[in-house]
Design a protein around this ligand. Structure first.
Ligand SMILES: Cc1ncc(COP(=O)(O)O)c(C=O)c1O
Length: 379
């Protein structure tokens, strides 16, 4: 058998992210049958700990969708936008557009309200659009991974509710790294994934489904099989997945969620993420010619975006900075491709992203920032 030649890189990209050795070792826990009592030993605590991390109380049912975050996003669209209804999607970047594209690919009547890169949702503009379009459903991104902007989820949901529409929220890159206080959020369905701030491999879309969403979905037709949240909920309530899950990832998820809730502590985990955002802000403050990209007050605690000095090119970031850091054992993120291409084409300054999500520690981040700074100063 040939030997793998895989580099052991520390991932400072914005997901997938760094996985701790003990979480990797949990992959060695015994395989099990997903319709056997052994399944409950894993899924009961997994669902309970997901509820705790979300602050969901009893108001939301956690569901594991096979696939990734997009699988749960698609299910929210298929199950909650009925034929003849209008979906308003609100986008502050590439992943906002992704939600819109999923709706269009599923034949839904959808409109995409877009805001400038680096800016959060403008509430006045959204209010005008809600009044004019009168959508039944509104989808938006909690934490925009392409720009590092975190929207004020509660305020946006409250505005959507004022116009009697149902809010669907994509929290893929923030869940597990910040307090989302789901029970008081106003979201009808909140979706996320395993490979970002939960610091596991990709493999499940995770959804928190409210009673209201469940009741509406029961009236919607043509939901498909895996996108049908009523079918999914039936199994989730039995602490099972609809179809055969990745048992290795379930074992790791059981371990990781137990560790987060009972060892690290949820509050400590959230505080660590906020601290790391502060570390990047302080670092940028001390770097000549560099600035934070996302609007102040709306910066993500799980990833930061940094504007490079005028004249720095995407090619330099990709070929020089990224490759030099690879040689030092890091996977660097030279900015979201389409966003940087657009910025560069407009003659504007390009950005880099720094993922500080999941189990990355302040010490790891500090070492990375030092290594990154050395490379950026060579430009
Ligand atoms: C905010 C956001 N939404 C959706 C997605 C898509 O998630 P997935 O790749 O898990 O399907 C991503 C992935 O990066 C994301 O960051």
């Amino acid at each position: 058998m040939s030997k793998p030649n895989f580099a052991p890189l520390k991932l400072f990209i914005t997901g997938p992210t760094y996985i701790r050795d003990d979480v990797k070792e949990a992959a060695l826990l015994p395989e099990f049958g997903h319709r056997d009592a052994e399944n409950d030993l894993r899924l009961v605590p997994i669902r309970e700990n997901l509820r705790k991390l979300a602050g969901a109380g009893d108001m939301y049912e956690p569901v594991l969708f096979l696939g990734s975050g997009s699988s749960a996003m698609e299910a929210s669209i298929r199950s909650l936008v009925a034929d003849g209804e209008t979906l308003l999607n609100v986008s502050v970047g590439a992943f906002g557009d992704h939600y819109y594209n999923i709706a269009v690919a599923n034949g839904k009547k959808a409109e995409n309200l877009k805001f400038d890169y680096g800016q959060p949702i403008d509430m006045d503009v959204l209010e005008k659009k809600l009044a004019e379009l009168k959508p039944e459903v509104v989808s938006f991104t909690h934490n925009e991974t392409s720009t590092g902007v975190m929207n004020d989820m509660k305020a946006v949901c409250a505005l959507i509710r004022k116009y009697d529409a149902m809010p669907l929220v994509d929290g893929v890159s923030i869940f597990g790294g910040a307090d989302i206080d789901l029970a008081n959020s106003g979201a009808a369905m909140y979706v996320t994934a395993t490979q970002k701030s939960l610091a596991l491999s990709a493999g499940f879309g995770i959804a928190f489904v409210s009673k209201e969403a469940e009741e509406k979905a029961a009236t919607v037709t043509n939901k498909g099989h895996a996108c049908d949240i009523n079918r999914q909920l039936e199994k989730a309530r039995k602490n099972q997945t609809l179809t055969t899950p990745n048992g290795t990832l379930i074992n790791q998820m059981w371990y990781q969620l137990d560790r987060i809730v009972n060892e690290e502590g949820i509050e400590n985990r959230f505080a660590r993420h906020t601290d790391m955002r502060g570390m990047v802000e302080a670092w940028v403050e001390g770097l000549d010619g560099f600035d934070m990209f996302a609007a102040e007050g709306y910066r993500s605690p799980t990833l930061s975006t940094v504007v490079c000095p005028q004249g720095v090119t995407v090619a330099q970031l990709k070929q020089q900075v990224k490759e030099n850091l690879r040689a030092k054992g890091y996977l660097m993120d030279p900015g979201y491709g389409k966003l940087n291409a657009a910025l560069e084409a407009e003659g504007r300054r390009v950005i880099i992203r720094i993922g500080h999500m999941g189990d990355i520690t302040p010490d790891m981040l500090s070492d990375y920032l030092a290594a990154l700074e050395l490379e950026l100063k060579k430009l």
